[in-house]
Design a protein around this ligand. Structure first.
Ligand SMILES: Nc1ncnc2c1ncn2[C@@H]1O[C@H](COP(=O)(O)OP(=O)(O)OP(=O)(O)O)[C@@H](O)[C@H]1O
Length: 291
């Protein structure tokens, strides 16, 4: 089923325009919503999750009018907010059983089966008897996914789930999402370019409440072919180049020199630059620079 967003706008009372006439269509699979802090990602996610109203615009999921038929839509929605708050001192097994009851799964045997399945999918079965309040950050995030899977949602929204996770936990979490993304529509917001690279078939870049790009990671990279140049320079040279060229990123290497990556339609051969394969980080920085 397709999520179709049209002309969505939201200005908060303090005058911040968080969503600016946004149009977006999202189909089955993992969709990555990439943007810097304050881009409007959470505002968009909360609006889709029917937790706040836009000033104007429409959202349809299949033929359900999300903003009008909130109760119908919530039955097929799984939402993991950015900050889930505090968990009670209960085991994952008991807590999931409790959530399953709240979601109306009355039959004992049915609940048992579903709870086991979501614990399996999220790799928490081995720690099911431990208290969720004592879980690590990554385990808590996976528990959040387990609980939203209980009612077999058709659309899953996860808001910056990898922020603050260590690399191993992040990988475990992305693996869980990858599995879920094969048969659900998953919208996944992040400011980490690699998250999108590793996981998403489709992506959009959001800033200032506007879509700057809508593509697949691969296609977006191909569009920059021949336009990305790299050179290793000193700090002083980097400052000079910054005055005349569009530097996308600069990274120190072990010799304390800087690799600068530059976007240029003209050849920089003669200036000692080497043409390099574009990556998704280049795509992201080009989009933000051209904004
Ligand atoms: N309830 C609110 N009232 C006023 N301004 C808000 C409110 N919520 C968000 N904003 C502002 O709207 C803009 C978009 O915020 P939003 O949280 O949607 O961005 P984000 O992309 O999710 O960023 P982050 O990664 O920091 O959460 C920001 O400038 C933010 O300060």
């Amino acid at each position: 089923m397709k999520l179709v967003i049209k002309d969505l706008s939201k200005t908060y009372k303090n005058g911040v325009k968080a969503l600016d006439s946004l149009d977006l269509e999202i189909g089955v699979g993992m969709f990555g919503l990439l943007g810097p802090n304050g881009a409007g990602k959470s505002s968009l996610m909360r609006t889709i999750a029917t937790l706040q109203k836009p000033d104007s615009g429409s959202i349809y999921f299949g033929d359900v009018n999300v903003l009008e038929q909130q109760n119908d839509f919530r039955k097929v929605l799984g939402y993991l907010p950015q900050d889930f708050g505090v968990y009670p001192n209960m085991s994952a097994l008991d807590l999931l059983d409790y959530f399953a009851r709240l979601k109306g799964i009355a039959k004992n045997s049915e609940r048992k089966e579903i709870v086991k399945r979501v614990l399996d999918v999220t790799n928490l079965y081995a720690v099911r008897s431990k208290s969720v309040s004592g879980y690590s950050g990554g385990m808590k995030q996976r528990f959040g996914i387990a609980q939203l899977l209980l009612n077999n949602p058709k659309l899953i929204i996860v808001d910056e789930p990898t922020a603050g996770l260590d690399p191993a936990e992040r990988h475990r979490f992305l693996n869980v999402l990858r599995e879920i993304g094969t048969n659900h529509t998953v919208i996944f917001s992040t400011h980490i370019v690699d998250d999108v690279n590793e996981l998403c078939h489709e992506m959009a870049i959001l800033n200032g409440g506007k879509l700057l790009a809508r593509s697949t990671p691969k296609r977006a990279e191909e569009e920059l072919k021949g336009l990305i140049w790299n050179k290793e320079v000193s700090r002083e040279e980097a400052i000079e180049y910054n005055k005349e060229l569009s530097i996308l990123s600069s990274k120190y290497n072990q010799e304390n020199r800087i690799n600068i990556r530059v976007y240029s339609q003209d050849s920089l051969d003669t200036a000692g630059f080497v043409q390099v394969e574009p990556n998704l980080e280049d795509v992201y920085f080009v989009a933000l620079k051209n904004d």
